[in-house]
Design a protein around this ligand. Structure first.
Ligand SMILES: [Zn+2]
Length: 486
């Protein structure tokens, strides 16, 4: 422990300049966020012409009718146009907020005034202050982007036949999201900031422990704070409390699919406790399957849309891929990487905790900047991190792609992994890769996913390899018949 603290102290010492030098952090954030915005637009411009290609790649030619291919190209083009416009629009709003130099100080003042009016003076709980500032920031940032969200769901997705949600469901989800953010995020952030006060320089291991309990899976984007609140997924609470707020989980009925999956799980000694079907189709017809739970008791969830679109033996192959993730400990490895990432973020934070120049550069008055409130320091710190997060996000995508290939290979190699001896057993599993390929193609066609993908665009945005890449590798593992007509 002392070694760790000595290292952390050395880092703080190196970063001491943050607390003294009048660095113009706001300009730095502006320049870098525009840099990222231009890079993302450039990627879209690389990808855009591919939506005008007249035919799918050879490996997919037999699976796409010209009609479906055209639909997929149109859908992709529409999404790309929307991304360019919405990306620039959001960047413009962010720039206005930053460049005005009054927005963040204003939110801080207003949240104080609101609490004051409600009868809570400055001596009141930090918790209230944090809750109100988070609520205000979320509320205000939702307003300008609300039309974008509505357009995306009720025009874009609707036109291409994917939207299943209604206006009332959409707003109900939004309100539930806010309520969750306030009720879960506020205590977490408060605990986080109390630990700073209580543990002083020795806070890092304590905060790591806190966040480990409240496992935070996705830290790879901007607005770390807001994502922290909204993407907060707890091992136990998420599936039991949060997921049921949005979707209905019901036990998968008895039948061929259930028998197949149970048999596969028991052969792999996967500790399957419950097998659920989720009504994903309530909101969208995009489909998926996943597992969750504690190491000794796991639950598998399959989207009703996947079950409807694919044959039982194909869904089984999708599950074989998912169980490959479990077999190779991918979730645990990703958890480790995300903890390491989090550790780095936290280890650098103290340098920004008492840094008046940071607050001054964002327009806070001297009275606030001289003794920075931790919540403001944290908020500004995660804005400073934004450019780094884009790079980390790309690295995490690279890791995740490797894992996807590994899970695909697992499905192909099931007979040898399970040491299948009887001819019957071998026969039952030998074409798993082919079935997986067919299921992937089926999902791709059904979701009108993009067929032609630029490699750089994909490396930056996607956590999964493209369909063409996956089919190629499945073929190399001996899966037959994927490139030909059935
Ligand atoms: Zn996967």
């Amino acid at each position: 422990m002392d070694f760790l603290h000595a290292q952390l102290a050395a880092i703080q010492h190196r970063l001491a300049f943050v607390q003294e030098d009048p660095i113009d952090w706001r300009t730095y954030v502006l320049v870098f966020s525009w840099g990222i915005c231009f890079f993302e637009s450039y990627l879209l411009l690389r990808q855009y012409p591919l939506y005008s290609k007249p035919a799918p790649p050879a490996v997919l030619a037999d699976h796409f009718s010209p009609e479906v291919f055209n639909k997929s190209q149109k859908y992709g083009k529409h999404k790309a146009k929307f991304s360019i416009v919405s990306g620039l629009y959001k960047q413009f709003i962010d720039t206005l907020q930053l460049a005005s130099g009054v927005y963040y100080p204003w939110v801080w003042t207003v949240s104080g005034q609101l609490l004051g009016r409600a009868g809570y003076g400055p001596e009141y709980l930090v918790c209230l202050k944090i809750g109100s500032i988070c609520f205000l920031l979320t509320f205000i940032s939702t307003l300008p982007t609300l039309p974008l969200g509505l357009y995306q769901t009720f025009v874009l997705e609707e036109q291409h036949g994917f939207n299943k949600t209604t206006l009332s469901l959409y707003f109900a989800d939004m309100l539930k999201g806010w309520a969750l953010g306030v009720f879960l995020g506020t205590p977490l952030l408060t605990a986080f900031l109390y630990i700073f006060e209580w543990a002083g320089d020795r806070f890092v291991p304590w905060v790591m422990m806190l966040l480990f309990v409240f496992r935070v899976p996705c830290l790879s984007h901007a607005y770390f704070l807001l994502r922290l609140i909204f993407q907060l997924s707890m091992i136990v609470l998420y599936p039991t409390i949060i997921q049921p707020l949005f979707n209905k989980l019901s036990p998968l009925p008895e039948g061929e699919l259930r028998t197949r999956i149970e048999a596969l799980a028991s052969k792999l000694k996967f500790p399957l406790k419950h097998l659920y079907e989720i009504d994903g189709s309530k909101r969208s017809s995009h489909s998926n399957a996943y597992f969750f739970g504690l190491p000794w008791s796991k639950h598998i969830v399959i989207f009703d849309t996947l079950i409807k679109q694919s044959r039982p033996e194909e869904v089984e192959a999708v599950l074989a891929h998912e169980l490959g993730h479990w077999y190779y400990l991918h979730p645990t490895k990703l958890l480790f990487v995300s903890q390491l990432h989090l550790f780095t973020i936290l280890a650098l934070f103290p340098a920004f905790l008492n840094a008046p120049p940071l607050l001054r550069s964002f327009g806070f008055p001297e009275s606030v900047a001289a003794r920075p409130p931790p919540i403001i320091a944290f908020l500004l710190y995660q804005m400073v991190l934004t450019p780094l997060e884009a790079i980390v996000g790309m690295a995490l995508n690279a890791v995740s792609r490797r894992f996807e290939y590994q899970a695909d290979r697992f499905a192909c190699e099931l007979p040898s992994i399970l040491h299948a001896e009887s001819a019957e057993e071998k026969e039952a599993m030998k074409d798993m890769g082919t079935r997986l390929g067919r299921a992937l193609i089926g999902l791709h066609v059904e979701n009108l996913s993009t067929v032609w993908v630029d490699w750089l665009y994909s490396a930056y945005h996607h956590s999964h390899p493209t369909l063409t890449e996956r089919l190629k590798v499945l073929g190399e593992h001996g899966s037959e018949g994927l490139g030909k007509a059935e």
